[in-house]
Design a protein around this ligand. Structure first.
Ligand SMILES: Cc1ncc(COP(=O)(O)O)c(C=O)c1O
Length: 390
């Protein structure tokens, strides 16, 4: 059920700028094959479920007390995980957790955005960013990507100079396109911000660069993460999440790796006790079983490659489907769909939910289990045939 602008009584003093707005979110429909929100399709291993139950049982008798506001044990676990995953050891005070990277992002906007400040992104990009900006009264501007969805660095650097944003926000790999972001590009953006004076801020205030690495574990093995640059760049923040590769979307745990200075800014805007004791216990239990949680990542990467190759063999109106290069667990495909809604509806009628998102003509599908992907392929072949025949 969704509250829409039409269901909100006119006598309620909703903020003027929110009147007519709709709640954000992909449809949550009860269909056999859900490939629309970039989750890991594999359920946690029974050993992980038991560890979660055990940890939650342990802290249950303390639930009359507030949780550890600083979530120190969990920040240690983030540190261990990043050391293992990216080969970079960060201190506890360079790490910060929240309820999903959605909350991490909101806290970044609360701390570094606000009236008179502007955040700059590179579109097409994650559709929640403008909402964080709206909710924090931050300006939101975009520098467009190249036609192949790589960053147009010249355009971005020029926009940084013109706009003098307080935040530059880049997704790596990008959503909804999946486009990988080379570390050299991140360094160029950091360099471009070095001598920029943030508009409306005191002398010497420079932009922060936020790299949203929600899907980073799906990158080509051996590719460096932006966390490698944190030690040298105090204005860099790297956001991550347990929702995607780590198969923990339901627990709502995201985290930020950055300089201690940036983390201290996050601590100013967070709600007291924002991470519940239950969330902290569940996340610690999941980190005890990192191997099991990540067990399917290599396979999903392979499914992505196989699906991309297969999609390129399919045609629509006599032309092969286009597929954007992806370092993520989803693919943006199509490129020339003149009626995306018809494709979406055709797939849905066959029990497959994907996402109509991104530039006109494209659609996004997330990698599912082998059975789900087989179902998707059959449904897409039939749907394309039906839509073409109309
Ligand atoms: C690029 C990107 N960042 C952040 C998020 C938020 O993820 P979560 O709040 O589950 O950590 C998503 C979710 O789809 C995403 O695609």
């Amino acid at each position: 059920m969704s509250a829409t602008a039409n269901t909100i009584p006119a006598y309620l003093p909703l903020r003027n700028d929110l009147i007519g707005e709709e709640p954000y979110g992909a449809p949550q429909l009860d269909v056999p094959v859900c490939l629309n929100v970039n989750e890991n399709p594999y359920a946690p291993d029974p050993a992980v479920c038991e560890a979660i139950a055990r940890r939650v049982l342990e802290i249950a008798p303390t639930l009359n007390r507030y949780p550890d506001r600083e979530h120190i044990a969990l920040r240690r676990a983030f540190s261990d995980y990043i050391a293992r995953e990216s080969g970079v050891r960060l201190d506890v005070d360079q790490l910060w957790g929240a309820n999903g990277s959605n909350e991490i992002m909101l806290q970044l906007f609360q701390a570094f955005g606000g009236p008179g400040r502007t955040a700059l992104g590179a579109d097409p990009t994650y559709s929640m960013y403008p909402e964080y900006a709206r909710d924090t009264f931050t300006g939101w501007r975009l520098a467009h990507r190249n036609p192949d969805f790589t960053l147009d660095l010249d355009a971005l650097v020029a926009a940084i100079g013109d706009i003098r944003p307080s935040m530059v926000l880049i997704t790596s790999p990008n959503n909804p396109t999946g486009t990988p972001l080379p570390l050299e590009d991140v360094e160029r953006v950091l360099d471009a911000c070095r001598d920029i004076q943030v508009a409306g801020a005191a002398d010497g205030v420079r932009p922060i660069v936020v790299i949203d690495e929600a899907y980073v574990e799906f990158r080509t093995p051996g590719t460096p993460s932006a966390v490698e640059l944190i030690e040298r760049h105090p204005n860099l923040a790297v956001s991550r999440t347990m929702s995607k590769a780590f198969a923990f979307a339901g627990a709502r745990v995201g985290y930020l790796a950055a300089s201690k200075g940036i983390i201290d800014c996050m601590r100013i805007v967070r709600m007291p006790y924002h991470l519940s004791a239950v969330t902290q216990a569940a996340a610690l239990a999941a980190f005890e079983h990192t191997d099991e949680q990540l067990a399917r990542v290599d396979h999903l990467r392979q499914v992505r490659e196989d699906t991309a190759a297969w999609l390129k063999t399919q045609t629509y109106q006599g032309e092969p489907l286009q597929v954007a290069e992806s370092g993520s667990n989803f693919l943006l495909f199509g490129g020339r769909f003149d009626d995306r809604d018809a494709i979406f509806d055709g797939l849905l009628a066959r029990g497959v939910l994907i996402r109509t998102v991104g530039p006109a003509g494209w659609m996004r599908v997330c990698m599912g289990t082998d059975e789900e992907m087989a179902h998707f392929r059959d449904a897409l072949v039939e749907t394309l045939r039906d839509v073409e025949a109309r």
